[in-house]
Design a protein around this ligand. Structure first.
Ligand SMILES: [Fe+2]
Ligand SMILES: [Fe+2]
Length: 391
């Protein structure tokens, strides 16, 4: 009989236990009905293979199943490698794990030590690695469909950071089709940690979806510097398989604008790290297309048109061109006559997206002139099958 504290376990759903396959993790239950006196008991040992009937029985008998925290990575890996679950289910579990690690980073009550940062970033790295495996054949549209099927939480920064990580991975891979696993890990971690510096900003400011005072906005504008300082100060962060240079640059440069009008350093063009330019596009797209409890969202076509109006000012034209080609089934019917100012902050929740009307006709880039046939390419059978799995 094992007995230990709640921190040492995480709960899983019986729906995400592989059947007829030797388990690579132990399953526990909490046999105590008293919350202050947990009593975790192992009911299935790693190596056991459970039939469907046994799993159904388990489901009926026990309210909640647990896996030891030290086996989390084994659990995630066996889930991701299994073909018994949809990509949505897999991503939900990866997302829960990423949220847990982000929560540790953003926990203002916890003393922030090298150890806390190192462990949380290691956990984020594992989450991103599993994410890369799930979305290995995905393009931007597939990620968008996947995100639409995930449940969201009411803490904007977590959901948003996880989405930005997935969009950054597929966008980076479309620019560099031969990108190494290390590069993809860095692109994903850059996306996941881009707002790391917000842990130093009061929660009531970062979660405020209303109009921010100038003073609050000045505070928010410090988060890229704070994030970089954190990564610089805590030099312990040696995590196998990744280097922090690119991640540090994403954290510091994701609010720089292509024309040099951003913050904090007002650098421009290709002086902004490639991964930070990728993150900026992922950041923008997610902020205006993903359903929130805050504001209504734009259709993909309207979103691209709004983003198109920022090309060359806020975002990198070449990366944006590649990004749009990554969007399948695109029907070019965006008719919105609105745009967002160059200081639009995708990292911040908004009650209403702060649009302004476009005054003069804006010259469209090539992608908007091209016809539907070119961009709205017909899906192959394989793609249809994959999409079905996602939804
Ligand atoms: Fe940010
Ligand atoms: Fe963001």
């Amino acid at each position: 009989m094992d007995k230990t504290n709640r921190e040492s376990f995480f709960s899983i759903s019986d729906e995400v236990v592989p059947e007829n396959d030797a388990l690579r993790f132990d399953i526990y239950i909490n046999s105590s009905s008293n919350e202050s006196r947990d009593r975790f008991v192992k009911i299935t040992a790693s190596g056991t293979s459970l039939t469907r009937n046994e799993l159904t029985e388990m489901k009926q008998k026990y309210h909640q199943l647990y896996v030891p925290e030290i086996q989390r990575e084994l659990y995630l890996k066996s889930l991701v490698k299994s073909d018994q679950f949809t990509d949505v289910k897999k991503t939900e579990v990866i997302k829960d794990s990423a949220i847990k690690h982000l929560n540790r980073l953003f926990d203002k009550d916890k003393e922030f030590t090298n150890e806390v940062l190192g462990e949380a970033i290691k956990g984020c790295r594992d989450s991103v690695e599993n994410m890369i495996d799930v979305i290995q054949d995905y393009d931007v549209s597939d990620v968008q469909k996947l995100i639409a099927n995930l449940s969201f939480h009411d803490f904007y920064t977590y959901d948003h950071s996880i989405n930005v990580a997935m969009y950054s991975i597929v966008t980076y891979r479309s620019i560099k089709p031969k990108a190494s696993k290390k590069e993809l890990l860095e692109a994903g971690l850059g996306g996941l940690l881009h707002d790391l510096g917000k842990m130093k900003i009061p929660t009531h400011i970062i979660n405020n979806p209303g109009n921010l005072s100038d003073e609050d906005f000045e505070q928010i504008k410090k988060h890229p510097d704070y994030g970089m300082e954190l990564l610089n100060e805590h030099t312990c962060c040696h995590i196998e398989g990744i280097e922090f240079d690119a991640i540090r640059r994403v954290v510091h440069e994701h609010h720089e604008n292509f024309n040099g009008s951003g913050y904090p350093a007002k650098i421009e063009g290709e002086d902004i790290h490639l991964m930070a330019r990728v993150t900026a596009i992922a950041d923008f797209f997610d902020a205006i297309t993903t359903k929130r409890s805050y504001h209504e969202v734009l259709t993909t076509e309207d979103a691209l048109q709004v983003m198109q109006r920022s090309v060359g000012r806020k975002i990198d034209p070449k990366i944006f061109e590649v990004f749009t080609v990554q969007i399948k089934d695109l029907v070019l019917k965006g008719k919105t006559n609105r745009e967002l100012a160059d200081d639009f902050d995708p990292c911040q929740p908004h009650n209403v997206l702060p649009f302004k009307q476009v005054k003069a006709e804006v010259k469209h880039s090539n992608f908007l002139k091209k016809d539907k046939q070119e961009f709205g390419k017909v899906m192959t059978d394989d793609e249809k099958k994959k999409n079905k799995k996602v939804s």
